[in-house]
Design a protein around this ligand. Structure first.
Ligand code: HAM
Length: 430
């Protein structure tokens, strides 16, 4: 039989990596709690129709979609937002607003595997539903900032834009929805010339093309300045001006509340997902050319799923990519247990005693392994040493008769006979 490998784009996480992943996951849960988001667990498999509606061509074409044995067209979730919107449109429809809902888990996209791009990856997802106000958008930006900070990232920045600026121009120009979506997808990939061609062919005026051409070049960290220039570019498009004002209001709230966020306003910024209607953003680290998280406002998805009209804003973070960034920035994030002890019986007859001591130590919260290979003392100690254990608790007949054990400090290379009731003390003090 040929050697089995993981399926392309799928990975195993060995203990060190798994520890870091879980550490980041725990941090995402702490942030959820801090911001009042309640965790929900939704299925990995959803109907294809639900996931495909408004996800955008990019995500749609990369879904793991198939028929189940009951002939249902289903897919592995490529994100959480559709599932959360489904819940709010159905089961939660009569619950009081706003909703603050958090999820964390694996998602699947048939992306081309490369550094930071996998086919199975983990997201932490936060949706704030029921408010159309700028403070809701500001909360999502601040929450993302808190997560990056708490995960231990040293340098990162936010790129922020507003799809309403471009969409409103396109709408006033009466461009059809398909051309609009296509242009946004191309702009997401920074293929601006192709995007211009699409909207030109769809009948956009020279004024629109000129405005757009200026917008895509407009970005910077001087928020007031960039916003003023954006307004100038869209001065003939009333709804676009409102969108710029909304963006400005959100960014003012964030900066005025004293939250130190490194923001670059990018007027031509677009995101692949089609459901966005307002502010959009991504967070990235300068040395990695990939987004660690992204989100934005989507005010119409829940009614599209048959629910009450519910404005919403949210974000998803790529846990794998946060881990990658932590590694690149050489941040040591996950701490192991404080002390690790191995219990070694000097002979077979003392196995039960060894297991009893292990139980006692674990009861006291000490990470404990039992020698399970039946090795001679010297070999077992050598192995414990190699694996960086802190103490060996050696169970011997002679000591047991005197109500004691031998404790060997593997770091300090000391050995003492310790009365059983003093074991915990010895391990903590030594
Ligand atoms: P997204 O930008 O498609 O947004 O994905 C969010 C994050 O998932 C990305 O910023 C990135 O860190 C990570 N990610 C995406 N693709 C991959 C991949 N192939 N491998 C590893 N990581 C990846 C969403 O999913 C929206 N649902 C966010 C949202 C929530 N908007 C509103 N609410």
């Amino acid at each position: 039989m040929s050697e089995f490998k993981t399926v392309r784009g799928m990975r195993d996480f060995l203990p060190e990596e798994a520890k870091t992943m879980r550490y980041i996951e725990n941090t995402t849960r702490k942030v959820a709690e801090l911001y009042g988001f309640k965790e929900i667990i939704t299925p990995v498999v959803e109907s294809y129709e639900l996931l495909a509606a408004k996800s955008g061509e990019e995500v749609r074409s990369r879904m793991f979609a198939f028929k189940d044995l009951g002939d249902r067209q289903i897919a592995l979730r490529p994100e959480f937002t559709a599932s959360v919107a489904r819940l709010v449109a159905t089961t939660l429809r009569n619950e009081p607003r706003p909703f603050r809902l958090f999820s964390v888990g694996s998602v699947y996209r048939y992306d081309e595997p490369q550094k930071g791009r996998y086919r199975e990856f983990w997201q932490s997802n936060y949706e704030l539903m029921g408010s159309n106000r700028a403070e809701a958008d500001a909360e999502i930006l601040m929450l993302t900032n808190s997560l990056m900070e708490k995960a231990g990232l040293k340098s990162y920045a936010f790129k922020v834009g507003h799809v309403g600026v471009l969409r409103s121009m396109f709408k006033q120009e009466k461009l059809n929805e398909k051309a609009q979506n296509q242009a946004m997808q191309l702009m997401d990939k920074k293929l601006y010339d192709d995007a211009f061609n699409v909207i030109r062919e769809a009948g956009a005026s020279t004024q629109c093309l000129d405005g757009l051409n200026q917008l895509v070049k407009l970005r910077g960290t001087e928020i007031v300045d960039v916003v003023a220039k954006m307004k100038e570019c869209v001065k003939d498009y009333e709804q676009s001006i409102n969108a710029v004002e909304n963006l400005s209001e959100i960014l003012n709230l964030v900066s005025q509340c004293g939250c130190k966020i490194n923001i670059i306003v990018d007027a031509g910024f677009a995101r692949g997902l089609e459901y966005y209607t307002g502010m959009i953003f991504e967070v990235f680290v300068p040395d990695l050319d990939i987004a660690l998280g992204g989100g934005g406002r989507y005010d119409r998805l829940i009614e599209l799923f048959g629910g009450e009209s519910t404005p919403a804003v949210g974000v998803a973070h790529g846990i794998d990519r946060i881990m990658l960034a932590l590694q690149e920035q050489k941040v040591k994030s996950a701490k192991g247990p404080e002390r690790r002890v191995v219990v070694i019986p000097i002979n077979e007859k003392l196995r039960v005693e060894a297991l009893k001591f292990a139980c006692m130590l674990r009861e006291a919260g000490v990470s404990t392994e039992v020698e399970v290979m039946g090795r001679k003392m010297a070999k077992a100690l050598e192995d414990a040493d190699k694996r960086g254990m802190d103490f060996a608790l050696i169970v011997g007949e002679k000591e047991l008769k005197e109500g004691a054990v031998v404790i060997k400090d593997l770091k300090e290379r000391e050995q003492n006979t310790v009365q059983i009731e003093k074991i915990l003390e010895a391990i903590k003090i030594q």
